[in-house]
Design a binder for this molecule. Sequence first.
Ligand code: ADP
Ligand code: MG
Length: 216
Amino acid sequence: MDFDTPLAEAWVRAIAAAVEKEQGRLTELDSAIGDGDHGSNLRRGFSAALAALDGLRPAGPGAVLTKVGSTLISKVGGASGPLYGKAFRAIGAALPDPALADPTDPAGPAAVAEALAAGLDAVRTLGKAVPGDKTIVDAYTPAVAAFRAAAGAGATLPEAAAAAAEAADQGARDTVPLQARKGRASYLGERSIGHQDPGATSTALLFRALADVTAS
Ligand code: ADP
Ligand code: MG
């Protein structure tokens, strides 16, 4: 299995559905340590992304994800819009162009791992968060590490995506005891301890959606 255009579109649809379903939970988490808009921010962003893909004739999977990124940046206020927007643009830009890539492996697990890693780099460059700051980075970093390790060990795309999803879930749960050092939650100081980070939670949803669409 390769990361082709239909798979990229299926991933975006699965994210939109997951965000719709989990909007309440994301809002609840963001109400505890933020301003309660994370669920609605992402819902607005990914429904706009779906609309933007409608009628688009993408040149490849990279073009799909680049479009998603630009849409998130333009439609989502709040920290998460530019962060996820830059991430998707970087993932899209890093995916091999099918016209140029090695036809025997256009976008196999190793290439997808590097594209996802480029997304993490974009988040870190923009947001300046490091692991342990109680942000998106705390789910995204272990997910990329797991994806890379699996791909390096010869895993298939579904296997690598499943490993990444597990690692992202764990990373999100591991934010509970952390004190936030970036974003709105950092204003709470020690009172941010004891709550799961909303952005790390939505990152886990993104990786779970990728695992689901590659498995089906
Ligand atoms: P806002 O905080 O502007 O209301 P959201 O509620 O949509 O935006 O997103 C909040 C999430 O954004 C946080 O839970 C955190 O995971 C993430 N976040 C905030 N600042 C940063 C940052 N500098 N780097 C990475 N992630 C961040
Ligand atoms: Mg918020």
